[in-house]
Design a protein around this ligand. Sequence first.
Ligand code: 3PG
Length: 386
Amino acid sequence: MKTLRDFNFKNKVVLLRADLNSDVKNRRIILSERIKQSVKTIKQLKKKGAKVVIVAHQGRPGKLDFLSLKQHGKFLNKFTKVKFVPDIVGKKAEKEIKKLKSGEAILLENIRYEKDEFKPEKGKKNKLYRLVELADIYVNDAFSVCHRKQASIVLFPKYLPSFAGPLLEKEINALKKIEIKNCLYILGGAKPRDNIKLLKNNKVLACGLFGQLCLIAKGKDLGAQNKYLQKQIENFDRIIKKLKNKLRNVETPLDFAIKKGNKRVELKLDEFPSKYEIFDIGSETIKRYINEIKKAKAIYMKGPAGDCSDKKFAKGTFSILKAVSNSKGFSVIGGGHLSDAIESSGISKKKFGHISLSGGALLNYIAGEKLPGIEALNKSKNRNLS
Ligand code: 3PG
């Protein structure tokens, strides 16, 4: 895999696939570690004299966090000059790309607004192929999206000389060092489907929406939260069915925190079904999980235990992170939301083995799967480079 050190980018139009996908509250993007870290790569490419075209996504079609990248552009601009272009492959985008001078950068609109992002198999007939025609080089700096077979991940490197960006390189190098055998898995977050792959022999502490789904799969009725999850989680019924016979090694929450008149109130499991939605795990669960963490030789944690955008409900996540940071075992932390939580918890990042900006991609990697984005980079033929 070639890296930014291997080429002279001066005056080259570089399609930079970054991951700027961030938490959203009331349709406002929260400045994330992913955005801050991507700034370093953008600055590096600008310094090398490249004409940088940033391609990124926010959310998934149909979800509340599926938003324009305009706000991301504003954040990037606080650190380095980047012009936001509200277009992807139309006339506006084309004009701005052609206008770029060495050392300048633009950010295109949410790449997932273009349906062809999800159809890489269309090859040269894919609408996004126009970006390939306008660019000289592709740089993938989005390890966290490398498990997706999407055009900006697998189509661009098929046709362009391609390089791994510094963030992607850092992730790969760190993960190479990690041997995760007999590892304790703490699985939370709001994207539960991927977690199922890890439910084999390792011990699992379930939290976040995933923990709630595991309880439902065990037959528990959580009341209002059941309804919320049915609406929120894609393929809810299928996931519950899949989970049913995979919970042998999975510990589930013993209590939860709900919001009553804007206050945190804890309810034991037998107080459910409740008319209140769930926002965090409760104190009993925290205590129980911390005991398990103390015994662990290696820990992989993915996704927060509750809604960390509200301080009252960050207690579960912060307490677990604190216990992980004090563990003697090697720890790997995954998921953009969790790296943001570490930032706001005030726990020193140095106390963790490796903090990944990635959730699902890291999980697939740990589950031993090949990542299409990495495969595509490895296959990319960097011939005729000058
Ligand atoms: C992530 O948040 O894990 C990455 O940005 C990938 O997002 P996705 O799961 O919506 O593909």
